[in-house]
Design a protein around this ligand. Structure first.
Ligand code: 26V
Length: 775
C-alpha cells in the first residue's frame, strides 16, 4: 500500500510543477488526523480487499487496525477541521497541502483516577510512525533572537541580523491520499533539530559539551509538545516560538519551491495561497514581508502588495479569552526584525485610518495592531490578508456586526462565510459502513462522490422497510458500542435505551453542566417517584479538560461522581446510565457517533463558532438537541424545526443580557424548586463525601452570576428533553426524523466547504493526476 501511495505521490507533485498549478498551503498549529491506515485503504479502494485478506489469514481486521496509534496533533474542532480539509482537498483533486508541527507529544492521554482527570504524555512516535518520510534534504534554518542593524546601501535601507540562535527545521512529510483518484498531497510537519555546526565550540572552554547539550535541549523543546489549551490564550513564550518556527520554515520552503518555476515574485499570488487556521500562524504576514524585503530585496510597497494578495485568514472563535495578544516585548526579543516590520505595518495602517476614515478616529486605539504594549494577532491577520472568513453563518455575522465591526467597515470586501464541514468518507463511509450500505442500496452510490445526493433519501423517510433497515443499523451499532464499553469499562448498557451523547472539549460555554443538571433532575424525579415512566437513557460524555482549567476539571469529577451514584443505584440504574468515556479521541468518536440517538449541542448561544461534532452526529442519524448557535442554526434551517429540538436564549438575547447587565442567576435558583433540588446536591455531600469538592461550580453559578446562562436555560432544556422522550416513544416518527437528518447532512460534507474556499477565496482548479504506467 505504501509503495503505491509513494508512486502516486511523486506523480502528483511532478504534475503540479509541470502544470504550474496554483498551490494552497493550509498553515495550522494543529492537525488532528486520528488513524490513517483504514482511511487510506478506503480512499484507495482497497479496504474490502484488506479486510478479506486479513480474515482469510485468521486475523481480526479491527484488532489489526487497532495497532495504529492516533495522530493526536490537535485539541479539538480546529485541528480536526484541518484534517477533514486535507482529505477533501485531495479527494477533489485540488493542489492543497498542510503545514504543521511534528510535535513529539500530541494532546495528552487522559486517565480518570478516582473521578479526576489525570494527564499522561502521548508518546505517539515511540514505535516509529509508518506514514512519515523525513526529508533531510529539505531542512531549513530558522533564526531566533539576536540584534538587527540597519545601514544605507546604494540609497536603500538594509537590515542585517546578528547573534541569533539557529534552529534547524526538518520536514517530515505525510501523504494525503485522495478518494478514488490518483492525487496524493502533502502534509508537511516540521521538527526542530540542532546541528553541531550551529553551535560555536570554543576549545578554550572546558564545559562546551555540556553547554552544547543544554543548547540542543532548548532547541528540541520547540517541537516537543502540543499546548493542551483550547479556546484559552496564555502568553507562553515557547508557544510563540512554535508559531514562528512553523511560519518561517513553511514560508521559506514555499518560496524555494516557487523559485523553481522561474516566475517573478510579483506573480507569487497567482501560484501560491496561504490560508491561516486562526491567528496562530499570523506571523506569516511580517515573515513574508521580511523574506521579500531582506532576502529578495523588494521594496516595501511591492512586498506588501504581494503579501496582502497571498494570505487569507479564518477566524474560529469570538471568545475574548481565546484571542491572541502577545506582549510587545516578547515579540521584540524573539524576532527583532519582525518587530520592526509589524511596527511599520501598524504605523501605516493607523495613518490610513486617520486620513481615510475620519469617522473611525476614535476607534484607532481599539483597531491598532500594537496597543497597550501588546500585539493583537487578529488585527495583524486582518490587515495583512485579502480574505477574512468565519466558519458558520451566525458566526460570520457576529464577526461583521460585533467583534470585528470596525474592520468590516474598512475592509467589507474581505469578509466572507465558509460554513464548516466534515469528510463524509471518514465519518460515514468508514465509521459507519452498515449505514453507508443501507443508503447505497436505497439510492445508489452516487452520494459517495456527490454527498449532496443524500437528499434522495427524503423520499424513503416514511418507507417502512427502509425505516426498519435504518433502525436495525442503529441498533447493531449500539450493540457494538455496548460491547466496547463492556470490555473497556466493565459497564453494561441497555441496547434499547436512548443513547444521548455529548462529546467535545470540556468548556464552560459548551455547558456539559446543563446536560448534567438534566441528569440529576431525572435522578431526583426517580427518587421521588420510583414508578416514574422513563424511557431508559444512556448518557455518554467524552471530554478532555485543559490541564490548567480547574473549573472544567471539577465538572469532570462531578460527572463521574453523579455516574457512580446513579449507576450503582439498584433501581434507577436500570433507567439511567451515565458514562464518562476516558481519553476521548478521533478513534473513540468513530465508535460512539454511529450508535448515537441524540446529539447534545447546547452551547450558550453566540459562543460556539460552528461546531463540527453536530454535523458528524447528524450524518449518522442522531437528532440534535441544541441552542441556536454556530452551525446548529443551519442544521435547523435544513431539516426544519420539527426535526430538531431547539431551545434556549438566542445569541441576540445573550448579547442583550451582557449589555444591560440585568441577568440575575440567583432568581432562577430561588424561583425554581427543581433547580434548587439539583444544585443543593452539589454542596450537601450527596455526590461526594467532601463538601468543598463542588463548591466552586456552585459559586460560579450563584455568586459569579452564571457566565454561561445555565440556570436561565435549565427550564427550557428540561421541557425539550421531555419532548425528546415523547418523540422517541414513537419509533416510526423518530426514525423518520433520523432519516431526514441523514438526507440533509450532505451539505455538511467538507467537500462542499472546500469547493467554496477553492472558488471564492483561493481561485484554484482541480489538477487531474494521470494513471501510473508501471512496466
Ligand atoms: C485556541 C487557542 C488559544 C491560544 C492557545 C492555544 C489555543 C489552541 C487552540 C485554540 C482553538 C480555539 C478555537 C477553536 O478550536 N475553535 C473551534 O473551531 C472549530 C472549527 O472551526 C469550530 O467548529 C468550533 O465551534 C470552534 O470552537
Amino acid at each position: 500500500m505504501k509503495d503505491s501511495i509513494h508512486a502516486n505521490w511523486q506523480m502528483t507533485q511532478q504534475t503540479y510543477d509541470e502544470n504550474e498549478s496554483k498551490q494552497v498551503y493550509y498553515f495550522s498549529m494543529e492537525f488532528l488526523l486520528g488513524r490513517l491506515v483504514e482511511s487510506n485503504l478506503l480512499n484507495m479502494g482497497m479496504l474490502d480487499l484488506y479486510h478479506d485478506t486479513l480474515k482469510s489469514l485468521g486475523f481480526n481486521p479491527e484488532e489489526v487496525f487497532r495497532e495504529e496509534h492516533d495522530a493526536g496533533l490537535g485539541n479539538g474542532g480546529l485541528g480536526r477541521l484541518a484534517a477533514c480539509f486535507l482529505d477533501s482537498l485531495a479527494s477533489l483533486q485540488l493542489p492543497g497541502h498542510g503545514m504543521g508541527i511534528r510535535y513529539k507529544y500530541g494532546l495528552f492521554q487522559q486517565k480518570v483516577v478516582n473521578g479526576y482527570q489525570v494527564e499522561l504524555p502521548d508518546n505517539w512516535l515511540k514505535d516509529e510512525y509508518m506514514w512519515e518520510t523525513k526529508r533531510d534534504d529539505k531542512a531549513i534554518e530558522v533564526r531566533f533572537g539576536g540584534t538587527v542593524e540597519s545601514k544605507v546601501e546604494n540609497g536603500h535601507l538594509q537590515f542585517s541580523h546578528h547573534d541569533y540562535e539557529r534552529v534547524l527545521a526538518v520536514p517530515y512529510d505525510v501523504p494525503i491520499v485522495g478518494y478514488d483518484n490518483n492525487t496524493v498531497n502533502t502534509l508537511r510537519l516540521w521538527s526542530a533539530e540542532s546541528t553541531t555546526n550551529s553551535f560555536h565550540f570554543h576549545s578554550s572552554r572546558g564545559h562546551d559539551y555540556y553547554h552544547y547539550l543544554d543548547y540542543k535541549r532548548s532547541i528540541e523543546k520547540i517541537s516537543e509538545f502540543l499546548y493542551p489549551d483550547d479556546s484559552y490564550y496564555e502568553g507562553k513564550i515557547l508557544r510563540l516560538k512554535q508559531q514562528y518556527f512553523l511560519v518561517s520554515a513553511g514560508l521559506q520552503s514555499i518560496l524555494q519551491r516557487y523559485k523553481k518555476r522561474n516566475k517573478p515574485l510579483s506573480q507569487l499570488s497567482d501560484h501560491v495561497v496561504i490560508q491561516i487556521n486562526d491567528t496562530h500562524p499570523s506571523l506569516v504576514v511580517p515573515e513574508l514581508m521580511r523574506l521579500l524585503i531582506d532576502e529578495e530585496k523588494l521594496g516595501w510597497d511591492e512586498a506588501w502588495t504581494i503579501t496582502e494578495k497571498t494570505v487569507a485568514y479564518t477566524n474560529h472563535t469570538t471568545l475574548s479569552e481565546a484571542l491572541e495578544k502577545w506582549p510587545e516585548e516578547m515579540i521584540k526579543t524573539l524576532f527583532p526584525r519582525l518587530y520592526l516590520i509589524i511596527h511599520e505595518i501598524n504605523e501605516r495602517f493607523c495613518k490610513m485610518l486617520w486620513y481615510d476614515y475620519p469617522e473611525l478616529r476614535d476607534k484607532i486605539a481599539e483597531m491598532a495592531i500594537i496597543s497597550y504594549e501588546q500585539v493583537h494577532m487578529s488585527h495583524l491577520a486582518m490587515v495583512g490578508s485579502f480574505s477574512i472568513n468565519g466558519v458558520a453563518k451566525l458566526h460570520t455575522s457576529i464577526l461583521q456586526n460585533r467583534v470585528m465591526k470596525p474592520f468590516y467597515t474598512v475592509f467589507p470586501e474581505r469578509f466572507n462565510n465558509k460554513t464548516n464541514g466534515i469528510t463524509h468518507r471518514r465519518w460515514l463511509l468508514n465509521a459507519n459502513p452498515e449505514l453507508a450500505n443501507v443508503i447505497t442500496e436505497a439510492i445508489g452510490k452516487e452520494w459517495i462522490h456527490s454527498p449532496e445526493k443524500l437528499t434522495d433519501l427524503i423520499s424513503f423517510a416514511s418507507d417502512s422497510s427502509f425505516q426498519e433497515a435504518i433502525a436495525k443499523v442503529k441498533h447493531d451499532n449500539k450493540l457494538k458500542l455496548a460491547a466496547l464499553i463492556k470490555e473497556q469499562y466493565q459497564i453494561t448498557i441497555d441496547d434499547q435505551s436512548i443513547v444521548d451523547v455529548q462529546i467535545k472539549r470540556l468548556h464552560g460555554y459548551k455547558r456539559q453542566l446543563l446536560n448534567l443538571f438534566h441528569i440529576i433532575h431525572l435522578y431526583n424525579r426517580c427518587l421521588e417517584d420510583p414508578n416514574l415512566d422513563l424511557t431508559p437513557r444512556t448518557f455518554i460524555f467524552g471530554a478532555k479538560a485543559a490541564p490548567s482549567y480547574s473549573f472544567a476539571k471539577q465538572v469532570i469529577k462531578l460527572i463521574n461522581a453523579v455516574a457512580e451514584k446513579i449507576n450503582k443505584h439498584p433501581q434507577i440504574s436500570s433507567k439511567i446510565k451515565v458514562l464518562f468515556l476516558e481519553n476521548y479521541s478521533v478513534t473513540l468518536a468513530e465508535r460512539i457517533i454511529p450508535a448515537a440517538d441524540l446529539s447534545e449541542q447546547i452551547s450558550t448561544a453566540s459562543k460556539e463558532a460552528s461546531g463540527t461534532g453536530n454535523m458528524k452526529l447528524m450524518m449518522n442519524g442522531a437528532l440534535t438537541i441544541g441552542t441556536q448557535d454556530g452551525a446548529n442554526v443551519e442544521i435547523a434551517e435544513l431539516v426544519g424545526k420539527e426535526n430538531i429540538f431547539t431551545f434556549g436564549l438566542t445569541s441576540d438575547e445573550v448579547f442583550n443580557y451582557q449589555r444591560s447587565g440585568d441577568y440575575r442567576a440567583r432568581d432562577y435558583y430561588n424561583n425554581d424548586r427543581r433547580l434548587r433540588n439539583v444544585m443543593d446536591l452539589l454542596v450537601n455531600q450527596h455526590f461526594s463525601g467532601d463538601d468543598v469538592e463542588f463548591k466552586d461550580i456552585f459559586y460560579s453559578l450563584l455568586y459569579n452570576n452564571d457566565e454561561y446562562f445555565v440556570l436561565r436555560d435549565f427550564d427550557e432544556y428540561i421541557k425539550i428533553q421531555n419532548d425528546v422522550q415523547q418523540t422517541y416513544q414513537n419509533q416510526t416518527d423518530w426514525v423518520n426524523k433520523s432519516i431526514i437528518n441523514i438526507a440533509r447532512s450532505g451539505k455538511f460534507s467538507s467537500d462542499r466547504t472546500i469547493q467554496e474556499y477553492a472558488n471564492d477565496i483561493w481561485n484554484i482548479k482541480p489538477t487531474k493526476i494521470g494513471n501510473l504506467i508501471i512496466n
